[in-house]
Design a protein around this ligand. Sequence first.
Ligand SMILES: NC(=O)C1=CN([C@@H]2O[C@H](COP(=O)(O)OP(=O)(O)OC[C@H]3O[C@@H](n4cnc5c(N)ncnc54)[C@H](OP(=O)(O)O)[C@@H]3O)[C@@H](O)[C@H]2O)C=CC1
Ligand SMILES: O=C(O)C1=N[C@H](C(=O)O)C[C@H](O)C1
Length: 240
Amino acid sequence: MNILILGYGKMGRIISQIAEERGHKIAARINIENVSDLETLDTAKVDVAIEFSQPEAAYDNIRWCLQNNIPVVSGTTGWLEKKPEIEKLCEAQKGAFFYASNFSIGVNIFFKVNRFLARLMNDQRDYQVSMEEVHHTEKKDAPSGTAITLAEGIIEEMEKVKTWKLVKEEKVEDQELPVVAKRIDPAPGTHIVTYHSKIDDIEIKHTAHSREGFALGAVLVAEWIKDKKGVLDMNDFLTF
Ligand SMILES: NC(=O)C1=CN([C@@H]2O[C@H](COP(=O)(O)OP(=O)(O)OC[C@H]3O[C@@H](n4cnc5c(N)ncnc54)[C@H](OP(=O)(O)O)[C@@H]3O)[C@@H](O)[C@H]2O)C=CC1
Ligand SMILES: O=C(O)C1=N[C@H](C(=O)O)C[C@H](O)C1
């Protein structure tokens, strides 16, 4: 496949490397300084784009792909208020758009464990739920997209939790799920969900040891999406 890399930073570099190891060609590697290269790119020769840029750039990058009939896989976080617009455009263009806040298989298993635990805890009124995420200091958004997905899972499963809130310390109103975001190098991504009571704590934790799992997941999805249409996510890709 010919893969267009939109955002050639920490993730873009590992994605390119893994894609080439798997026999793919990189059509172009686009960063802020060479974004004008897109104007002369032969879009007919691009099979799929993988977009890991930054919150302010994701919407325009994805829109450009859809307008040029290129299936696009995006993992950029911190721009999701505009996602409904992209979904509309994808349907109108009869294109393909895949989004995941986290492409690692381990985190997607963790998402399911998180929902299961939240369902069990729904009747346990003595426990307070809270979350902590830890990432490297270059991360631009907080809380992480993964933390937001985890929080949304908890909110859907627990009647008493109505919303999440980014906080410095884990003390908020009863109906709010407090999320603490720590920035410590070189953490690639750690997420901890805790249920605390006077008697005990229950904790689930996912720790990424590197960015490899995120990058490999994105390349596997790009291989899978090539001939697909519509708005897709990890629930379409994973069969567990
Ligand atoms: N879903 C997932 O599984 C994962 C998601 N992420 C997310 O992916 C995103 C990228 O992460 P990461 O690689 O660590 O970040 P980096 O900052 O290392 O890389 C982002 C790159 O995007 C480039 N960029 C900026 N503007 C544009 C533009 N208009 N078009 C194309 N590229 C542009 C930046 O260029 P320059 O430096 O010149 O500004 C930079 O090289 C983040 O939102 C992060 O949260 C990260 C890991 C996993
Ligand atoms: O910026 C990162 O590094 C990461 N971002 C994603 C997120 O915001 O959830 C995924 C992963 O945690 C790494």
